[in-house]
Design a protein around this ligand. Structure first.
Ligand SMILES: Nc1ncnc2c1ncn2[C@@H]1O[C@H](COP(=O)(O)OP(=O)(O)OP(=O)(O)O)[C@@H](O)[C@H]1O
Length: 243
């Protein structure tokens, strides 16, 4: 739970430097993620989005700088229940049912079974809750992953490419759920390389080559670049940086 001494930003990063496999992947990142918003981390594959997310959830060894979540150093045990992380690779068990998967993750964060049933309803999987995940559609399976992250009722959700491979209707439904979660007070950091997801976010962070090209509202980014879509804005900012 939030206390009055906590900072306004859900995530606060200063001078973050990350080296992976001998490569300087993130040379110097400064970023604040405001509370109660959906922040989209957008950019091409290999730009550093996953590495940045790993640093925020405390799964990445860092070479320098600081990463704080709710004013606490990333990776601290005190943050474990306050952050839900969904990776690109499904981290759920295909041979277990949706309910069993959620019950397993609930147990790891000490949540009672009431929370599992409520989460299954919330993610729209109550009807298929007792089927093994291996028999569900791709969209349903990705909602089970999301449910596993949601079951502990975390304040910050870090979602790495949650809509990849989903058809437009499922993407729309998932974004509807993200907006509901935001409206209930949660902070969401959502990565995507699909630029047309920009308009669904409250704020955007454009990431390229381990750096941040822009960190603002979509509206301000379009105005600043004199463009009318996210792809064109990204290109304009890339050219500006190169110049
Ligand atoms: N284990 C690793 N060892 C060495 N380099 C790595 C490792 N993992 C990632 N990298 C490099 O770090 C850079 C950033 O990768 P990262 O996965 O963070 O990007 P991304 O924007 O999330 O892309 P994607 O959406 O494809 O995951 C890339 O150049 C990648 O090759």
């Amino acid at each position: 739970m939030r206390n009055n001494t906590e900072p306004d930003a859900a995530v606060s990063i200063r001078g973050l430097r990350v080296i992976r496999g001998g490569n300087l992947v993130l040379p110097h990142i400064d970023l604040d993620v405001p509370r109660g918003q959906i922040v989209g981390l957008l950019g091409p594959s290999g730009g550093g989005k996953t590495t940045l997310m790993r640093a925020i959830v405390g799964a990445q060894i860092i070479a320098g700088g600081s990463v704080e979540v709710f004013g606490i150093e990333a990776g601290s045990p005190a943050l474990r229940r306050r952050i839900g992380y969904v990776t690109q690779a499904a981290s759920i068990y295909p041979d277990l049912t949706a309910r069993e998967n959620l019950a397993y993750f609930a147990k790891t964060v000490g949540v009672v079974s009431d929370g599992v049933t409520a989460t299954l309803h919330h993610i729209g999987l109550a009807d298929v809750a007792d089927r093994p995940v291996s028999t569900l559609s791709g969209g349903q399976a990705s909602r089970v992953s999301l449910g596993a992250a949601l079951v502990g009722d975390p304040e910050l959700l870090v979602l790495d490419e949650p809509t990849v491979g989903l058809d437009p209707a499922l993407r729309r439904d998932l974004w509807g759920l993200f907006h509901e979660l935001r409206d209930s007070g949660k902070t969401l950091l959502v990565s995507s390389h699909v630029m047309d997801e920009a308009s669904r976010c409250d704020r955007l962070v454009f990431v390229r080559d381990g750096g941040i090209l822009a960190d603002d509202t979509f509206e301000n980014i379009l105005a600043d670049t004199g463009t009318d879509n996210a792809d064109a804005a990204f290109l304009a900012l890339t050219e500006r940086t190169a110049a």
